[in-house]
Write a protein that binds this ligand. Structure first.
Ligand code: IPM
Ligand code: MN
Length: 377
């Protein structure tokens, strides 16, 4: 089995628009399926969401909106105003993936699908990106790391998501170019508090990852972290340079409980983290902050697999679990996790994690199996 039984959300929780007295909820979901494999895995995520809502008596409605490359193709904007409004009016956003190779190899492209994702993060104030790295015992052999290093590894990376180089002042000339790693005390403080809140519900251990031996922005991070740490005496804090953290994650992933870091370092380290698990197709994430929260797989749009019914829908399905848990619907989340674990245990798996000689299941078949499990349990 493996994996946490359910995921705690702390401090940023908002309430859905309507809550009935008898804990039946009415959820309005914005669906941003995006590009590549996005629509296929989203379909399975929505099917699972429907099955759970039906079972627990929640009412759910969806509104689809354009985002990414196909939004550029259709309306010339990767995150159109209408999509923003749809997100703002929803209780939660279910997001799949954006990106298209026709933009990747063209450094002169004026607009890129990824800008849609960044605009969404900024406009919704999603400063806290929560990326759990959990392992599944039955998949440990898929990890490039040794069994004994991986088994039982369970940490979360809290990545700052609306600051740093991604959003600082930029210049893009032909001879000179720069990005500014701009951070304010307030931005650093609020993300650190999120990390400590999580640590208190877990193993009381925070690792602050920075490059304070070189970068001014990192020295601000570290100074603020030293202040904030004093407010959480029950939590052990350590400070680690990012290069060292990258190494430690591979040497001893079980060292970590809650890791907190700036936008760019968090981007890089969470790809590394996903590798520990063995498949990128397994990890969900949540982005929370000032407005509507967003739930999405950490993987990209894998355009080469589009339409082939081979993409793993589990990261999307587990993103739905995180969505329920965000609204304190922990039983709902737990049932999804149980279904996912059962599917893995019974080798109902997409090709990249299937055992040798095992039956072939596609995106749809895995999704359907999980829906049937939810209905029957
Ligand atoms: C991620 C992605 C994005 C990022 C890209 C697609 C802009 O890699 O969510 O990690 O760099 O943040
Ligand atoms: Mn990334």
């Amino acid at each position: 089995m493996g994996g946490v039984s359910h995921f705690f959300f702390v401090s940023l929780q908002r309430k859905p628009t309507y809550t009935h007295q008898n804990s039946k909820m009415k959820l309005k979901i914005a669906v941003l399926a995006g590009d590549g494999i996005g629509p296929e895995i989203m379909e399975q995520g929505v099917n699972v969401m429907n099955a759970v809502c039906e079972k627990f008596g929640h009412e759910v409605s969806y509104k689809e909106a354009l985002c990414g490359a196909h939004a550029i193709d259709e309306v010339g904007d990767p995150f159109p105003e209408e999509t923003f409004q749809t997100c703002m009016e929803a209780d939660a956003v279910l997001f799949a993936s954006v990106g298209d190779p026709k933009f990747d190899n063209n450094p002169n492209a004026k607009v890129r699908p990824e800008q849609g994702l960044l605009a969404m993060r900024k406009k919704l104030g999603l400063f806290a990106n929560i990326r759990p790295v959990t392992t599944f015992d039955c998949l440990v052999h898929k990890s490039p790391l040794k069994d004994e290093l991986v088994r039982g590894a369970d940490f979360i990376c809290i990545r700052e998501l609306t600051g740093g180089m991604y959003f600082g002042e930029k210049k893009e000339g032909t001879d000179v170019a720069y990005d500014t790693n701009y951070y304010t005390r307030k931005e650093v403080e609020r993300i650190l508090h999120v990390a400590y809140q999580y640590a208190k519900q877990r193993r009381n251990h925070v690792t602050v990852v920075d490059k304070a031996n070189v970068l001014a922005s990192s020295r601000l991070w570290r100074a603020v972290a030293q202040e904030v740490a004093q407010q959480y005496p029950e939590v052990t804090t350590d400070y680690m340079y990012v290069d060292n953290a990258a190494m430690r994650m591979i040497q001893e992933p079980k060292f970590f409980d809650v890791m907190v870091t700036e936008n760019t370092f968090g981007d890089i380290l969470t790809d590394e983290g996903s590798c520990i698990t063995g498949s990128m197709g397994l990890l969900p994430s949540a982005s929370t902050g000032e407005h509507t929260p967003v739930f999405e797989p950490i993987h990209g749009s894998w355009p080469q697999a589009k339409g082939l019914n081979i993409a793993n829908p589990l990261a999307q399905i587990l993103s739905v679990a995180m969505l329920f848990e965000y609204f304190n619907l922990n039983e709902e989340g737990a049932l999804i996790r149980q279904a996912v674990n059962a599917s893995l245990d019974q080798n109902v798996r997409t090709p990249e994690i299937q055992v040798e000689g095992g039956a072939k299941y596609g995106t749809r078949e895995v999704g359907q199996w999980i829906v049937d499990y939810i209905k029957g349990n």
